[in-house]
Design a protein around this ligand. Structure first.
Ligand code: GDG
Length: 486
């Protein structure tokens, strides 16, 4: 439980994070009053040290419709909670963010919907975030804006405060121009982003796509990773480059090393009846994650007996965006398919799929990663995918195998994975069989290479590299710009 207290002090922060969500959840305190509990996300882990050192502020939405919680302190972090009305939750969050931008930016896996009212709400809410940032930032402050929900904030903030350094990081893919061009407000979005000094993307391909959108939708010229814009006060240069996000690899490896976690992992295998092969999927229940494709491949492998006797797939599908229709439909489809596989291939005392539509504490996740012989990460499109990196970080035993979709940012980094195209069911089946039958020496060689990468490129390095570049350091080696054919 966090220690929270309201804060009314006027703002003068040299470092400001602007993200759609606060790094805390509203919970009921011991006396029945509402309280806040820090949610241990990767972003807060990465930014906490910088926040503390700089006495920074974090601006975000609490996640509930209603009035703004305002400024308060939680666990020594200065948080500024903004409010969204019921209508704004519907039009901005569930609408424009989750039913327009999310599917559009993930290669239109689901059809994006374009509604003018949703766009208007997007503009209004972005303005509220920009206003709050302008109020919090000290002269010359660094402001780091996060993700697709807030693409207009950089320009709106710059219009009020041209003294601050503005960084923006996009956590999800930036689509190719033919797809991005569908957006009726493509020009406004590009111009909104160009209010920043530095734009960070997960992969080089995303940065390339963005630069192309600058040329095509706004008619700007780009040179390498640089875009030049003319403004009333003169011209300004903006950098767009790749900064692949990561995890707190050391912290997670420590959790996975704990006796209680290792014991729990053994218990999980025991509870499953000590199967010869345990496969694992961990995803938010989202149509980008390729859960149906994975289940189809697995079901066919079980039917053909290619995974040996009684294999088990544990599929954690944590609840997500349940008020958006496409997510409700997906849940039904997943549950029908799980039911079908278990119905056709299960027996009394044996179910081929253990489907868990729940969220778990980090320790339980680590125990699951340790219990899995083969990790299945098969998104149709994913900015990075942290689950793949978490699996690798937990495997202190240098064992286990990762089956990983080519369409994730993580595939650019994790060379020891068995890469798959999730649309190619036969190819995916063969890769799963290969992963399941890897000899110990090869498994170790692959896992070692992946662990080295994740250990050396952790989330602290990601944040330091982005913020260093924002403050003027040359782009670091691992993100060095290599122009791609376009
Ligand atoms: C977006 C981008 C990008 C899941 N269930 C539980 C749980 N999780 C945790 C995982 C992981 C995180 O949620 C999911 O992160 P992903 O990267 O896999 O995916 P998105 O949520 O779509 O995130 C993505 C990311 O932003 C960061 O930039 O990588 O591409 O789409 O950390 O472990 N954690 C716990 N219980 C659960 O039940 N504790």
């Amino acid at each position: 439980m966090s220690s929270t207290r309201e804060s009314t002090e006027s703002a003068d922060r040299s470092f400001v994070v602007v993200a759609s969500r606060l790094p805390v959840d509203r919970v009921e305190g011991p006396d029945g009053h509402p309280d806040w509990q820090t949610s241990p996300g990767g972003l807060v882990t990465a930014l906490e040290p910088v926040m503390r050192e700089a006495g920074g502020a974090w601006i975000g939405w609490s996640g509930d419709a209603g009035p703004a919680p305002g400024a308060f302190e939680a666990d020594g972090l200065h948080l500024v909670g903004l409010g969204l009305s019921e209508n704004e939750v519907r039009h901005f969050y569930e609408g424009f963010c989750n039913a327009t931008l999310w599917p559009l930016y993930h290669d239109v896996i689901a059809p994006p919907q374009f509604h003018r009212r949703w766009w208007e709400a997007y503009v209004t809410v972005n303005r509220r975030f920009a206003q709050a940032a302008a109020e919090q930032a000290a002269p010359g402050a660094t402001v780091w804006v996060h993700d697709y929900q807030l693409q207009l904030v950089p320009r709106m903030l710059r219009e009020q405060r041209d003294d601050v350094r503005i960084g923006f990081f996009n956590h999800i893919p930036f689509p190719g121009y033919e797809i991005f061009a569908q957006l009726p407000w493509r020009r406004q979005v590009v111009e909104g982003l160009l209010g920043a000094d530095l734009l960070g993307f997960q992969r080089r391909a995303d940065a390339t796509n963005f630069l192309r959108a600058c040329r095509r939708s706004v008619g700007l010229t780009t040179r390498g990773s640089t875009v030049r814009v003319r403004e009333p006060g003169g011209s300004r240069e903006i950098q767009a480059a790749a900064f692949p996000i990561s995890i707190d690899a050391k912290g997670l490896a420590e959790i996975a090393r704990r006796d209680d976690v290792r014991k729990r992992s053994a218990q999980i295998r025991e509870a499953l009846g000590e199967p010869g092969l345990v496969l694992l999927g961990v995803d938010r229940l989202d149509y980008t994650k390729g859960i149906l494709h994975r289940l189809r491949a697995y079901g066919e492998l079980v039917a053909a007996g290619r995974l040996g006797p009684r294999p088990v797939l544990i599929q954690v599908a944590s609840p997500s965006r349940e008020r958006v229709e496409a997510y409700r439909t997906l849940r039904d489809e997943v549950e029908v398919m799980v039911g079908r596989i278990n119905g056709e291939h299960g027996e009394v005392g044996y179910a081929p799929v253990h489907y868990l539509h729940q969220s778990y504490p980090r320790e339980e996740m680590a125990a699951l990663y340790l219990a899995a012989d083969v990790m299945l990460v098969t998104p149709l499109r994913d900015g990075m995918n942290l689950v793949a990196k978490e699996y690798v970080a937990c495997r202190n035993d240098e064992n286990g195998a990762l089956v990983l979709s080519e369409f994730t940012g993580a595939a650019d980094e994790l060379a020891g994975a068995f890469l798959v195209n999730p649309h190619d069911i036969e190819g995916m089946k063969d890769a799963i069989v290969r992963a399941a039958n890897t000899g110990p020496a090869e498994a170790r060689r692959r896992m070692r290479a992946m662990r080295k990468r994740v250990r050396e490129h952790d989330v602290a390095r990601w944040a330091a590299s982005f913020l260093g570049t924002l403050s003027g350091d040359p782009v670091a080696d691992q993100q060095a710009w290599e122009p791609e054919a376009s």
